[in-house]
Ligand binder design. Structure first.
Ligand SMILES: Cc1cc2nc3c(=O)[nH]c(=O)nc-3n(C[C@H](O)[C@H](O)[C@H](O)COP(=O)(O)OP(=O)(O)OC[C@H]3O[C@@H](n4cnc5c(N)ncnc54)[C@H](O)[C@@H]3O)c2cc1C
Length: 768
């Protein structure tokens, strides 16, 4: 024993001597690290280094500080924002008729375009000094969401100028002259912007755009100047058909060295008026029948001056970096806002419809099968809204969190799709038959748009979330990668040496912590709150530690291969995302004062997240190529098995019942859903029918009993039902009047539209 201790002490002393430690351990590990390091293209490196980390890093590192997390400020509005939301937004919503927009005009009405311009809906992210609204992410998200519950086409039209594009790029990088010229014009709506990156050959791989700009001499405004000769062919560009100013991304080359020695400057962004000679705006696309403007733009040998580069000539070749730095804000707000709208609309309208629609003598929402789908809608909408708020919280704190916004974009749009599917299943024929009475159909059709844009979802899940998360959120890996790729190898080795032993300590602590927490079900882990949610904090801390351990093992053993093993890295991304979503749920629950009406929703959500985390780990272990490591990881993380289960049936039922009760809980959960107090309105008719049936619920019970006794004939509806009830003295005259009005509303609410055949006939080919 003494000998062992002496050997150990001698070893530690040797390791304490830098040169010996570096020669014996660090150098071979350094060489190994350089060998397994994923080869990074410059665009990947820029994407990886862009933006910030926030709560994602704490979850990734296995030691989340819940106390500090819970103390971050919840999103709020300024008085100006609240006033706009109460007035201009409400006015706009009342103007929108999505059937007319999509099916009749395939465009927003002129009055709506004019109102959007006049009230500066396109200028939410432009500073006040330039005439913009300068709204916060919270207001931007709220406004886009609420519009989307009315019309996806209108929401996308508003969303795009307030997302990544000329406004955002000018604000961050524009020269004083560019800002002074363009921003007031964009703010007033005099100019409408679009941003063109995508082309026929470059979609997800946007870094490979073939569009070029060649630095050369040419004539501009009658003078010979150094400028850029542009060639581009872009498709799918939102607002392009109506844009007056085009933000264009292209690759810039300087073959004659007019700017310097660099011949390939890289991706560059310029701002070009669409009436500039040679700029061609193509015809419109028809994105799943939605009416927002989307189309093509192209140009051949178009000469523009150098100072049309956003930021001026200093920003030549910096386009990709600019896009990556600015991507986060829009990605965390715009498409998540559309998904939140789907959640709020689906929960409110499906709860109402499931009560109003009766089959087999009961509201369909009383059947367990329907309750399963309703529970999913209500539970998922709680998560959607929680995630929307938490990501907005990060953006309000001035962060530009690239991993969080990738998770938010992917998961919210996927959850939006699931909620929409469930809502459509419950509405059945009522959701399918398009017409002015259908409030779901256009949203259902538009769902893939959100899945595809701003980072198509498969790519975002498979490549971005963990791929970026692992390097951005890890306490050491990014610095180690930088050390390994340092052209000065000696300095690289020194930097690496300083990181390596801290990294080893981190890994060992994660392994020990995971095992202990697994053995004890994390009961000794400190929770930041008292009460029943405390156990969830403990479990989430445990899974966070497990992720830190697994991520390290995966990176160490697979190295660069992990990038190609997209299915594996996607699962680790899922773990991080579910940890983030569960945190969002817990934070919302605390921020809203632990509402009793939310208990079942919160339990459903947290049980679901833990189940999904457990499942992602299991599938990761089952498919990890090194079986010995997989087995060890499973033993360390789930030493007594994975006990996370799906939410219980009881929770689905409780949520379904809650969705069918007019209550403050229902109001809080669906506040983004617009409805007008008008039986002719698309969502108003369903809401009014639901409320009327709830008011008359005791009368309906009486009728049902009378029907069972045989006092009134079965299967009567509307006037016939009321007349029979009156005649059999089941109800008095006042009740009959109330019932009559309620039945009229119910019948309108379950009705669908019909069209005379000639009104549906398309124009003959030659007239198109
Ligand atoms: C309605 C609409 C509006 C748009 N608006 C604009 C706009 O205003 N400006 C603009 O520049 N662009 C715009 N786009 C383009 C949009 O950003 C692209 O469609 C998107 O980048 C995907 O490109 P793609 O459609 O060519 O798909 P592809 O790149 O061909 O991808 C096809 C599929 O393969 C997956 N995939 C690709 N590579 C990988 C990988 N390495 N790993 C895993 N999966 C992968 C993708 O996730 C996707 O599911 C718009 C698109 C649409 C449909």
């Amino acid at each position: 024993m003494e000998i062992l201790i002496i050997v150990l002490i001698a070893l530690l002393l040797l390791l304490a001597i830098g040169d010996i430690r570096r020669a014996l351990i660090t150098r071979p590990v350094f060489a190994f690290f350089q060998r397994v390091l994923p080869p990074l293209s410059p665009t990947e490196r820029e994407a990886m280094q862009a933006g910030d980390t926030w709560w994602d890093a704490e979850l990734f590192q296995g030691r989340p500080n819940w106390q500090a997390f819970l103390q971050t400020n919840a999103p709020h509005f300024t008085p100006e924002e609240q006033d706009f939301i109460d007035n201009q937004l409400e006015t706009l919503l009342a103007m929108l008729d999505d059937f007319e927009i999509v099916q009749e005009d395939c465009d927003l009405p002129e009055a709506v375009w004019a109102y959007l311009r006049k009230e500066k809906f396109f200028a939410m992210i432009i500073g006040r000094e330039f005439g913009g609204l300068d709204f916060s992410p919270a207001a931007n998200s709220h406004i886009v969401s609420r519009i989307a519950t009315r019309s996806i086409s209108a929401a996308v039209t508003v969303m795009v100028p307030n997302s990544l594009g000329p406004g955002e790029l000018l604000t961050h990088y524009g020269t004083t002259e560019q800002k002074d010229y363009w921003l007031p014009r964009l703010a007033s709506g005099e100019d409408i912007p679009c941003f063109a990156l995508t082309g026929p050959e470059a979609g997800s791989d946007a870094g490979s755009i073939p569009d070029t700009g060649i630095i050369c001499r040419g004539e501009h405004d009658g003078k010979e100047v150094v400028g850029i000769r542009l060639n581009w062919d872009k498709r799918y560009i939102t607002l392009a058909p109506v844009a007056t100013v085009l933000g264009l991304a292209f690759k810039l080359y300087d073959p004659d060295g007019l700017l310097g020695d660099d011949k390939e400057l890289g991706i560059t962004c310029a701002l070009i008026p669409t009436n500039h000679p040679g700029v061609e705006t193509g015809a419109r696309h028809l994105p799943l029948n939605q009416a927002f403007m989307n189309g093509t733009t192209y140009g051949k040998d178009v000469f523009v001056p150098l100072d049309w580069i956003i930021g001026g000539p200093d920003y030549a070749g910096k386009g990709w970096q600019m896009l990556m730095e600015c991507l986060s804000a829009g990605r965390g707000i715009s498409l998540p806002a559309l998904a939140a709208a789907t959640g709020h609309l689906s929960e409110r309208m499906t709860g109402a419809y499931a009560y109003v629609r009766r089959q087999f003598g009961l509201p369909i929402g009383k059947f367990e099968g329907v309750q399963a789908a309703m529970g999913k809608i209500g539970g998922t909408n709680y998560i959607l809204e929680s995630m929307r708020r938490l990501t907005v919280t990060a953006l309000m704190a001035g962060k530009s969190p690239s991993v969080i916004t990738a998770m938010t974009k992917y998961h919210m749009t996927e959850m939006g799709r699931q909620v929409m599917d469930a809502a459509m299943d419950i509405h059945a024929g009522k959701g399918i038959q398009l017409g002015p009475k259908n409030y779901l159909g256009h949203g259902f059709m538009a769902t893939p748009v959100s899945i595809t844009v701003e980072g198509a979802n498969i790519l975002t899940r498979s490549l971005m979330i963990f791929g970026q998360g692992a390097t951005r959120c890890h306490p050491y890996v990014l610095a180690e990668m930088e050390a390994a790729s340092n052209p000065n190898q000696d300095q690289g080795l020194l930097d690496f040496d300083a990181l390596l032993f801290r990294h080893i300590r981190f890994g060992l602590a994660n392994a020990g912590g995971s095992f202990l927490m697994g053995l004890t079900a994390a009961r000794w882990v400190k929770s930041p709150v008292s009460g029943w949610t405390g156990r969830y904090y403990q479990q989430l801390t445990r899974m966070s530690r497990a992720l830190a351990l697994t991520a390290d093992v995966a990176m160490l053993s697979l190295g660069g291969d992990l990038k190609r093993k997209e299915m594996l890295s996607a699962r680790l991304g899922d773990v991080l995302s579910h940890l983030y979503m569960a945190s969002a749920v817990l934070k919302r629950y605390e921020d809203e004062g632990r509402q009793a009406g939310d208990h079942d929703y919160v339990k459903w959500a947290l049980t679901h997240h833990l189940y999904e985390i457990g499942r992602a780990f299991q599938e990761f272990f089952a498919n990890f190529p090194n079986r010995w490591l997989a087995w060890t990881l499973r033993l360390l993380i789930f030493p007594v098995g994975n006990h996370y289960k799906r939410p219980a049936d009881r929770l689905y039922q409780a949520i379904a019942e809650s969705m069918m009760e007019p209550s403050v809980t229902r109001e809080r959960h669906t506040f983004l859903c617009y409805w007008k107090d008008d039986p002719n309105d698309v969502t108003g008719h369903m809401e009014l029918a639901f409320r009327a049936m709830k008011t008359n619920r005791e009368l309906y019970k009486k009728l049902s009993k009378a029907e069972k006794r045989g006092d009134i004939p079965p299967d009567l509806n509307g006037e016939a039902l009321v007349a029979a009830a009156l005649e059999a003295k089941i109800v008095d005259a006042a009740d009959a009047e109330s019932l009559q009005a309620c039945e009229a509303l119910r019948i309108t609410a379950v009705a669908v539209d019909q069209f005379a055949p000639e009104t549906l006939r398309r124009q003959p080919k030659e007239a198109r």
